[in-house]
Design a protein around this ligand. Structure first.
Ligand SMILES: Nc1ncnc2c1ncn2[C@@H]1O[C@H](COP(=O)(O)OP(=O)(O)OP(=O)(O)O)[C@@H](O)[C@H]1O
Ligand SMILES: [Mg+2]
Length: 450
């Protein structure tokens, strides 16, 4: 078969017309079928984008019953395929009927090859456009946000949720272990929001001494305290119009919790030493790796503040719970640091990859980033070995599941793992899994992976 030309299926029982049509469509790989059965077989095999068909097919060459039945089956088998039906000259009723059944167009016989050629060309064009559109939608569905590398369904879902809430002004709370990407997600949220043209300001409540935190947040007037030489704006005020990120909110001292709560209720701030109430319009995002519910129970975090901050809660899974992401991120960071360190074509040894996959990554993506950076620097020759990683592999606990779940999970995990390990290469993935490429595509389809 000619691979450069797109296949066009012609369903026509008259040998003379078959010849004529073949001759008119030199630009395509013309496939010809004389009856329903062979037409359906060719559609299954070649998946043509466009089909032209005669309504009068054997065993009913003078009627339309066989043609209509064929059309119905094509529609069910290949709903994206564009079917152009050739109808008799005065056959208005059937023309209407075939369009109602989902045919792309009809054309009257005896046909004008030039006209029919144009209709076919337009059908190919529309089909290509629809496929492209679908592909782009799919890519959007499958791709994480800017700065985020992941193929884990849980993480991708979080990315979709972040996209969804970005347009609102709702206060978002990101929960997750250290290094899971709370800050990258916050930045992505800001970038996707209508506030992206304004400033993104962040403050880390754990990194700033309590005595300075208040002035960092709210600013101060000249002479408010010793050393206050000039009026200084706080970070909340600086973020006006944009997004304010309150990082490690669990470390906010009680006295400031009350002040932040007041800001959230009134949306005004007062600079230290100032008397004026200044309205500030910011979108608040906060994050913590601490358990705020426990802190509330222990009396170290205000419950009312918690509810103000947690209009939308996003819980980010730790790296060890993301399927396939460890190897995926390892490849990503290897590429990044190889370039940075001027070390080309470094590869992981099989044992190194296995260790990366089984390690529990308590420090999550940040730990991974540091680990691979170190390994790239340490590696001798062209391979990153287990020793270069400097990890102490800790066995992970198994979760109990029923047998069907176990099978499905195992299949899915093996697949995503292999895909990550092969860096997205399908042929290599199929080899590693010991299946054929078509079987692999089946697997991908079954698990909804693109
Ligand atoms: N999914 C990801 N893909 C690529 N890089 C990531 C991903 N998640 C995190 N990172 C990188 O890992 C590092 C840690 O991420 P980030 O600072 O957002 O984590 P965090 O949850 O805020 O951590 P902490 O609680 O320690 O503040 C950053 O360098 C970030 O760019
Ligand atoms: Mg952080």
């Amino acid at each position: 078969m000619n691979r450069d030309k797109p296949p066009l299926l012609i369903i026509e029982d008259d040998p003379g017309l078959q010849k004529l049509l073949r001759w008119s469509f030199e630009a395509y790989e013309v496939l010809v079928a004389g009856d329903r059965e062979s037409a359906l077989a060719l559609i299954r095999r070649h998946e043509p984008a466009v089909v032209t068909m005669d309504l009068g097919l054997p065993p009913d060459p003078d009627g339309a019953s066989e043609g209509l039945a064929t059309l119905q089956q094509i529609r069910a088998l290949a709903p994206d395929t564009k079917v152009i039906v050739l109808t008799g000259n005065q056959d208005h009723a059937n023309a209407v009927k075939v369009i109602g059944m989902g045919a792309y167009d009809f054309h009257q016989k005896p046909f004008d090859p030039e006209m029919l050629g144009l209709v076919v060309e337009r059908a190919f064009f529309l089909h290509a456009l629809q496929q492209e559109n679908r592909r782009m939608q799919q890519v959007q569905m499958d791709s994480p946000l800017s700065g985020i590398i992941s193929r884990d369904p849980g993480m991708l879902k979080i990315c979709r949720n972040v996209e969804r809430v970005a347009s609102s002004d709702a206060t978002v709370m990101l929960l997750g272990e250290s290094g899971t990407g709370k800050e990258v997600l916050t930045k992505a949220l800001h970038q996707l929001s209508p506030r992206h043209g304004e400033r993104f300001m962040a403050i880390n409540c754990a990194a700033i001494p309590e005595s300075l935190l208040e002035s960092e947040l709210f600013g101060y007037e000249k002479g408010a305290f010793t050393g206050a030489a000039k009026q200084t704006l706080g970070k909340i005020e600086c973020a006006n119009g944009g997004t304010f990120f309150l990082d490690e909110v669990g470390d906010l001292p009680m006295a400031l919790q009350a002040k932040i709560l007041r800001f959230l209720q009134e949306r005004v701030i007062e600079r230290i030493g100032g008397r004026e109430e200044i309205p500030v319009d910011v979108r608040i995002v906060c994050a913590t790796h601490q358990n705020l519910k426990e802190m509330i129970a222990a009396g170290s975090f205000r419950e009312d503040l918690y509810y103000r901050l947690s209009e939308i809660v996003v819980t980010i899974p730790p790296l060890r719970e993301r399927v396939g992401d460890a190897a995926l991120l390892a490849h990503h960071f290897r590429n990044k640091f190889s370039v940075q360190e001027g070390r080309s074509s470094l590869n992981f040894s099989q044992e190194a990859l296995a260790t990366i996959e089984s390690y529990s990554w308590p420090g999550n993506v940040r730990e991974m980033e540091n680990c691979i950076k170190r390994a790239v620097i340490m590696a001798d020759g062209s391979q990153i070995s287990v020793e270069d990683l400097g990890l102490q592999a800790l066995p992970m606990a198994d979760e109990p599941l029923n047998l069907r779940q176990v099978r499905e999970e195992a299949e899915y995990k093996a697949f995503v793992k292999v895909l990550a390990r092969a860096d997205g290469n399908i042929t290599k993935s199929a080899d590693l899994l010991g299946v054929s490429r078509p079987a692999l595509y089946d697997l991908m389809k079954r698990h909804g992976i693109k």
